[in-house]
Design a protein around this ligand. Structure first.
Ligand code: ZN
Length: 114
């Protein structure tokens, strides 16, 4: 049975809540970490952990942007349409990645792979 738009939208709303929480929590950790400036136990580890936190947050933030963008497309009536070539994105792909903005073909072209 094909997945309905309502179901995909519901999943996006849930994903947005999860990511919003995660991004703000990672931001807090970073802020809290900065307060421990005087307590330098292992500078290298701390820097590494900090960098890891930042890159994770960037990742989550860009995913959050994608989820929000996909939700906007529901309002515009363009959800499930590839942003590059304008053809409907495969339903199975949307089921796996509700926030997919491109069809598989355009995605692989954009990533320069395959
Ligand atoms: Zn496409």
């Amino acid at each position: 049975m094909p997945v309905s738009n309502e179901e995909l939208k519901q999943r996006l709303v849930e994903e947005r809540a999860r990511l919003t929480e995660q991004v703000s929590r990672l931001g807090e950790n970073e802020y809290r970490g900065a307060g421990y400036g005087n307590h330098i136990a292992d500078d290298a580890t701390e820097t590494y952990e900090q960098a890891k936190g930042i890159s994770l947050r960037r990742n989550e933030a860009s995913l959050l942007w994608q989820v929000e963008h996909a939700l906007q497309k529901f309002d515009q009536g363009t959800y499930g349409i590839c942003e590059a070539c304008g053809v409907p994105i495969d339903r199975a792909r949307l089921k796996a990645l509700p926030y997919a903005l491109y069809c598989l073909e355009c995605k692989s072209l954009l990533e320069g792979g395959g």
